[in-house]
Design a protein around this ligand. Structure first.
Ligand code: KAW
Ligand code: ZN
Length: 594
């Protein structure tokens, strides 16, 4: 005889208290490790993760004593359903679960401490952050860029091939114990959308022409910089020339592609440095904007406990992240902040995660998640779309007053496209590769070959040096792969954040071209802010279309908003590319002896 619904409600109340206390201790152990990569801290983190997995299994067993599938209350049923979904915690074998967690902390350590040492001086070794990232962002020397690009892949990628291969096996074994076919299927279940992959493909197809136009325009400009023998007008672009270690965003080559060089551009990095900005000031600027939009201010403990910059006395995980400690409003960011525009956007991105934590803190623990993972990635970027407008940057004193000039508009839209449009194929392909690795379609001997097939097919880029199929593991050179952080969430975010922006702008009473909207300047910005807060407060208490509808009035992802935002640039690019070949010959390779 299974227990009834009123007993189930009691069970959930007790669960919430115990789960929050344990989760808090596990997050503390994670924080201590990531902000001080010692063997001892790694062990403590693994211990706590094992304790969480054991607790999850026990509580799922208890929960199955309740007749919850037949309960009437939607929320109670949803909570029971989430508590009885174990994911990787389902792995029964203690030793394998320990190996799984040890592999995760080892891969985190390998990635975060990897260095590339100078050919002519093995004593001088460069970290990814800041040295190699700065190299990729600032250098325009083909061979220097090649040293940084290849050096990072030798240092991190290659060393992660074996642990990652082992990790994939264990992850699949774990989720199969919970009834999933493979890890990718489990990850996609978080979107609660039956035809999720088809919807993504449709949206990608809608956006591909705009990407091809941007790619053709940038390729032409790179030929001007590096010459026609290094960059082919009908081929893919060498992957190390796009201003970023992974060619995922192209904002750092803006100065090579600026449409109207004699008109002002919107790069505020120099002004930030001139005004003596430091990391803390960048965080304050972001917090002020969240307040202006009627969101919850950062609690005092946030300012005390956040890690703003890379410490010089210990090894840390520099990749930015936001942390919810689930108790006492304890929320923090860990970031190795650099004073530049790119990191100002990342600060807003991380603050967006924090804002979501604060808005849904009153929810039962299983609901303290994004409505879907794309929502969590979209919050900060959504507000950054308003902050990044020339009007707002002028208002906060980072940009001089700009005249209303269509050419300045195109400069601005180009800068935004180098961040938002360039990213789309990258955001889409990472988990196309990973889902196929998890479901066995891509076997370890094909990891790198299939990685580059997708990178060339979707991004129209090509490795600047031949890849060694037995040694190279270039997927491992991207944080989210060894960190086992899903990636399709960013593709979803880059689409829905423009739907959110369009909704916020119309709710705030803004009328005009979408790319000019600063929602904080709208006469009814309070209405927009409170509607956003209402959506965020829901957390994962309902399927994401319910939350989506609260802010946007619609229940589906759509490319219409991002295409509307970039409409003026699309026209301009099509004219620029009248005599260009759109797309690329996948077979072209650059000369290797430059
Ligand atoms: O990885 C990040 C930012 C880091 C994060 O805030 O997304 C972070 C990643 C992470 C996840 C899990 C463990 C450790 C790090 N996510 C979070 O901190 C987080 C916290 C709570 C809920 C959801 C995410 N951005 C991606 C995508 C991206 C590139 N450029 C951008 C510009 C703006 C916004 C995103 C991007 C990247 O760098 O490739
Ligand atoms: Zn994020």
């Amino acid at each position: 005889q299974k227990k009834n619904e009123s007993e189930g409600v009691i069970f959930l109340e007790e669960y919430d208290i115990r789960a929050k206390e344990l989760q808090n201790r596990a997050v503390i152990a994670g924080w201590n490790y990531q902000t001080n990569l010692t063997e001892e801290n790694a062990k403590k983190q693994v211990e706590l993760n094992l304790e969480v997995a054991k607790f999850s299994k026990d509580v799922a067993t208890d929960a199955s004593e309740y007749d919850w599938e037949n309960f009437s209350n939607f929320t109670v049923k949803r909570l029971f359903s989430m508590i009885t979904t174990l994911g990787t915690a389902a792995l029964e074998d203690e030793e394998k679960l320990e190996e799984y967690n040890n592999l995760l902390s080892e891969m985190e350590e390998i990635y975060s401490t990897g260095q590339a040492c100078e050919y002519d001086d093995p004593e001088t070794c460069l970290d990814l952050n800041p040295d190699l990232e700065d190299c990729m962002a600032d250098s325009t020397d083909y061979n220097r860029l090649l040293f940084c690009w290849e050096g990072w892949r030798d240092a991190a990628g290659r060393r992660l091939a074996d642990p990652y291969t082992k990790f994939v096996e264990l992850s699949n074994e774990a989720v199969r114990a919970d009834g999933w076919n493979d890890t990718g299927e489990y990850w996609r279940s978080w979107y609660e959308t039956a035809d999720f992959q088809q919807q993504l493909e449709n949206i990608y197809q809608e956006l591909q022409p705009l990407y091809q136009n941007l790619h053709a325009y940038v390729r032409r400009k790179l030929i001007d910089t590096y010459g026609a023998e290094m960059v082919n007008a009908e081929g893919p672009i060498p992957a190390h020339l796009l201003g970023n270690m992974w060619a995922q965003t192209w904002g750092n080559i803006y100065n090579l592609v600026i449409p109207f060089p004699n008109k002002p551009s919107i790069d505020v990095t120099d002004e930030m440095v001139r005004q003596g900005y430091d990391a803390r000031r960048m965080f304050n600027l972001s917090d002020e904007f969240f307040r202006e939009m009627g969101q919850i201010p950062m609690p005092d403990s946030f300012w005390e406990r956040t890690m703003y910059t890379r410490p010089d006395d210990r090894e840390v995980v520099c990749h930015a992240s936001a942390w919810d400690f689930y108790l006492d409003n304890d929320v923090r960011i860990k970031m190795c902040t650099k004073v530049n525009q790119e990191d100002l956007v990342t600060v807003h991105h991380e603050m967006g995660h924090i804002e979501y934590f604060l808005q849904y803190a009153h929810q039962p623990l299983p609901f303290r998640e994004g409505a879907n993972p794309g929502f969590h990635e979209a919050v900060g970027d959504l507000l950054a779309l308003s902050v990044s407008t020339p009007a707002h940057l002028n208002k906060v004193g980072l940009l001089p007053e700009l005249v209303d000039d269509p050419e300045v508009d195109i400069n601005f839209l180009m800068q935004m496209a180098l961040e938002k449009i360039a990213f789309l194929p990258f955001g889409y392909l990472i988990d196309q590769w990973r889902w196929r690795v998890f479901n066995g379609d891509i076997t370890p001997d094909k990891y790198n070959e299939e990685w580059w097939k997708l990178r060339t097919q979707y991004q129209g880029i090509v490795p600047p040096v031949p890849r060694n199929p037995d040694k190279d593991f270039d997927a491992g050179s991207k944080y989210h792969v060894p960190a086992n952080t899903p990636y399709i969430r960013y593709f979803v975010s880059f689409v829905i954040q423009f739907q959110f922006h369009e909704a916020m702008c119309s709710l705030s009473g803004f009328s005009g071209e979408l790319h000019k909207c600063d929602a904080s300047a709208g006469a009814m910005k309070e209405i927009a802010g409170s509607r956003l807060a209402e959506m965020l407060r829901m957390g994962k208490s309902q399927p994401w279309p319910e939350a989506f509808e609260v802010l946007t009035g619609s229940r589906a992802m759509s490319a219409a908003a991002i295409l509307q935002y970039f409409a003026p640039l699309i026209d301009w690019l099509e004219k620029q590319n009248e005599n260009e070949t759109l797309g690329w010959d996948n077979g072209w390779t650059p000369p290797y002896d430059c």
